[in-house]
Design a protein around this ligand. Structure first.
Ligand SMILES: *Cc1c(COP(=O)(O)O)cnc(C)c1O
Length: 463
């Protein structure tokens, strides 16, 4: 018993640790409090362990390892819960994985601006107050052909603001085929109700004609809203009215024609072999009064809802009290200028915006990535095969579009794919794979070049 007491006394005190180099370094990086908390929890644990331990040699080892244990424990301070994930699912716009990964240089430029003051709402020419939207409005107008534009928190907010500002207390005509629900509880009927307007359904689920809209126009009609069916397709005996015809009807009765385009695509995706998705430019060309779209879907930028269209209507929306509650922050303002700058040359955007790059990746490129993966896995005893597979754009965009892709299949005697997939999710970075039968699958489309070797290391560690 005497020896054990001595051991207790030999446990270094907090003060001793606070003088150690690795502790000082950690304190400088994360603050003293969380560092001390970790040391204290280790000291508490070691006392408990000693309490239970009756073998003096074992007890000495426990105390001897303390330094090492604490040093290891302190590394957890650098780990974040929200962390880098390697996306092996082939879903390009994965809402659970943060939708669009943004262009690195654009993010660096915008991030650098965050650590200093900036002219966010300051007019440097006049030395007076400016608007946070001024920095990117002209770019949007040049790219889309709209008269005016601005942005709010997300597209759900943009639609809510648009209807609240332009049709509150009035009826909004919407086709029965376009009363959609997008993931995350965005439902058109709820948004209309929330904005104080009255939903007037026209047509039927599968067919709506221009006469269905016209027959429902009355003195209290506030707007005609077209909603892009971003996340499903209707097939068979269907009919819907193109925006161009709605615009004609709106003009005839002096009713604004609005469009929720959902995924704001600014490039013609049919040029890279995908199905044509209506572009923002198409909507503006058709003469729509106001169109809204997301910043972090096919556009490949930050979370935002962009409104573009007629100057007078944009001005009305900006004046609505909701605008202040759903305004973009300064990082988004900077990112929007960065992203729209890339779209000044559509080919350049295609090459430099990750979402568009991934969607347009050639089979050859996908194969090269798979071959690199297989090569780097050579010295493991797993069996790697390269196969064809299909992914999807995801995130409520291009609903009927499959993406022919190339994946790697990882097989090994006795492999428990679900258990391994779970372990890979717990790694740093986390790796999200698909589980098929007795193997793991990684779709190479959504794996960035420099992530291939990292994925290989993560898998080797676990197998
Ligand atoms: C995605 C989507 C929304 C919601 O946009 P968020 O940017 O996610 O708020 C609204 N309408 C349509 C048609 C969409 O596709």
């Amino acid at each position: 018993m005497y020896e054990k007491n001595e051991l207790y006394r030999n446990i270094p005190k907090m003060d001793v640790f606070l003088k150690k180099e690795y502790v000082i370094k950690a304190s400088q990086e994360y603050g003293k409090k969380p560092v001390m908390d970790i040391i204290k929890s280790h000291l508490d644990r070691i006392r408990e362990k000693l309490e239970k331990c009756n073998n003096i040699e074992e007890a000495e080892i426990i105390v001897g390892n303390l330094d090492q244990e604490i040093e290891k424990g302190l590394t957890q301070l650098g780990k974040k819960k929200y962390k880098h994930v390697i996306n092996g699912t082939g879903v390009v716009l994965h809402t659970n994985l943060g939708r669009a990964p943004m262009p690195e240089k654009a993010v660096q430029n915008a991030a650098a601006l965050m650590t200093r003051y900036g002219n966010l709402e300051y007019n440097l020419d006049e030395g007076t107050r400016g608007e946070r939207y001024n920095h990117f409005e002209d770019l949007i107008c040049n790219i889309t052909g709209s008269e005016a534009a601005f942005a709010v928190n997300n597209n759900a907010a943009a639609v809510l603001l648009m209807i609240s500002s332009l049709a509150s207390g009035k009826e909004v005509l919407i086709s029965r085929g376009e009363q959609i629900e997008i993931g995350g509880k965005f439902r058109i009927p709820d948004i209309i109700q929330q904005s104080g307007a009255v939903l007037r359904e026209v047509g039927t689920t599968n067919r709506t004609r221009i006469s269905d809209y016209e027959d429902n126009i009355n003195d209290n009609t506030g707007a005609i809203l077209k909603v892009h069916t971003s996340n499903f397709v209707m097939k068979g005996f269907t009919e819907s009215v193109p925006i161009k015809e709605l615009v004609k009807l709106g003009r005839k009765y002096s009713i604004p024609v609005l469009e929720d385009l959902g995924s704001g695509v600014l490039v013609d995706l049919s040029s890279v072999g995908l199905k044509k998705e209506p572009t923002v430019q198409d909507s503006i060309d058709s003469g729509v009064d106001l169109v809204t779209f997301s910043g972090d879907k096919l556009m490949g930028g930050p979370q935002a809802g962009i409104l573009a269209g007629k100057k007078e209507l944009i001005a009305k929306c900006k004046k609505h009290p909701l605008t202040r509650a759903i305004r973009i922050d300064k990082f988004t303002a900077a990112m929007l200028e960065e992203i729209f700058a890339l779209y000044q040359d559509l080919d350049f955007a295609m090459k430099n915006i990750p979402v568009l790059q991934m969607l347009s990746q050639s089979k050859k490129k996908l194969e090269e990535k798979a071959i690199q993966f297989k090569q780097e896995m050579k010295d493991s005893d797993a069996l790697i095969t390269i196969e064809e597979c299909t992914g999807v754009p995801g995130g409520g965009s291009l609903p009927d579009q499959k993406l022919d892709s190339i994946c790697v299949r990882i097989k090994k005697q006795g492999l428990q794919p679900k258990a391994v997939a779970k372990k890979l999710r717990e790694g740093s970075p986390a790796l999200i794979t698909l589980v098929r039968e007795d193997s793991l699958i990684i779709d190479m489309r959504t794996v960035f070049d420099e992530e291939i070797s990292i994925a290989v290391q993560l898998i080797k560690q676990i197998l």
